[in-house]
Design a protein. Structure first.
Length: 385
């Protein structure tokens, strides 16, 4: 009777977790023809989590159920669960690497290494119903851990611990708003996994993973409000938010740092659209964004201001750093032109200056000021695209 009560509570808890995952899935199902790398990895992670919660619930309920059919069902579900488990952590590793590098190619470089434990786990899992490596069932259809269960646990934990170490090692490449949710994701499942290893019969990993998926989902939904969907840069809303936050901080404490601002316009963008079409024009905007990303650090704000205009706001200690930043942009444009195989050239008109609130200038006045400087620069240029 007591065991039936435990099974009922466990089932209710996991049903609640599945409802959360369903809500997250529906809110994360983008109505697009092609998902981005970030969206694909997150959805794979979410779906695998839902599958594991379902399997975990079923296995907990039917464990010890009599009959040959229930034995076959137990073994089948366990094999699927053991095979899928490393894949969940596999996709989490890819997701984190993409958040660090923001490049699918760099994120995928480690795929061959990550697949090695997946393959080893697959072989040992398939053999377990015969050899009992990871698990076995007694004559009463009751599940038992096999002699290599510790190795299986090591495979799973190594993924999570390894990616935590990676996050810490690459923290300088990750902004604070990304670092905290990425680092927090694995903490709850790791704790639940440790409890599950040492306290036989407790199954908390996948329920706790649901909490982690919810954290990431909330983070993604929040970011969508402040990220330009085409370039991946900050949008106008994030720019306004950043400037308000900066003003609030400075009103409380002055650190002596200056603020540099650069307004940028993509030269002859209309010509690119008219000659090669809007799809090529969109790619030109993406390329422009990549050039700017290469030119600035993770804590500098790079925003798409509207259309083919961009604005960069960043802290400096001396006016020379503003000139150096402009020179970096020009140098990266030249690098792009040499490697570029697109039919268009990327060139920028730029207006830049230092923001000084002590002069009574508002942010809007400052942005209008560097916007005028940018258009003056554009008038002086004679570039043939």
């Amino acid at each position: 009777m007591e065991m039936e009560m435990v099974k009922a509570v466990y089932a209710e808890m996991n049903i609640f977790a599945l409802i959360i995952l369903l809500v997250v899935f529906l809110s994360s199902s983008y109505k697009v023809h092609r998902y981005t790398y970030e969206q694909r990895t997150f959805l794979c992670l979410l779906i695998l989590n839902a599958v594991q919660v379902t399997l975990s619930t079923a296995l907990f309920i039917i464990d010890g159920a009599p009959g040959r059919f229930m034995r076959i069902l137990n073994i089948t579900f366990d094999v699927i669960e053991y095979i899928f488990t490393p894949f969940t952590f596999f996709f989490w590793c890819l997701y984190v690497r993409y958040q660090v590098y923001r490049d699918a190619g760099k994120a995928n470089r480690i795929v061959p290494v990550l697949l090695i434990p997946v393959f080893i786990n697959f072989v040992l899992t398939v053999l377990s119903p015969i050899k009992g490596y990871f698990f076995w069932f007694d004559e009463y259809n009751v599940y038992h851990r096999g002699p290599l269960f510790g190795f299986y646990s090591l495979i799973c934990v190594s993924y999570m611990v390894g990616i935590q170490i990676f996050i810490i090692a690459k923290r300088k490449l990750i902004t604070r708003k990304y670092f905290i949710p990425l680092f927090a994701f694995a903490l709850v499942p790791i704790l639940a996994g440790v409890l599950q290893i040492f306290f036989y019969g407790i199954k908390l990993v996948w329920t706790s993973m649901t909490v982690s998926v919810l954290i990431i989902s909330m983070h993604l939904q929040n970011n969508q409000l402040y990220i330009d969907h085409l370039t991946g840069l900050s949008n106008r809303r994030q720019l306004d938010r950043y400037l308000k936050e900066y003003s609030r901080r400075k009103s409380k404490k002055s650190d002596g740092k200056l603020i540099g601002g650069i307004m940028i316009d993509l030269d002859f963008f209309k010509n690119i659209n008219d000659i090669w079409g809007h799809a090529v024009g969109d790619q030109a905007l993406v390329d422009a964004g990549e050039i700017l990303k290469m030119s600035f650090g993770k804590d500098d704000l790079i925003a798409r201001y509207g259309g083919d205009e961009f604005v960069i706001i960043f802290e400096i200690t001396d006016v020379s750093e503003l000139i150096e930043a402009v020179d970096r942009i020009k140098a990266n444009i030249k690098k792009f032109q040499k490697a570029n195989k697109a039919p268009y050239l990327i060139n920028f008109s730029m207006g830049y200056d230092i923001y000084n609130p002590e002069q009574g200038t508002t942010w809007q006045q400052f942005l209008s000021h560097i916007d005028r400087l940018m258009y003056e620069n554009k008038k002086d240029k004679r570039i043939i695209v």
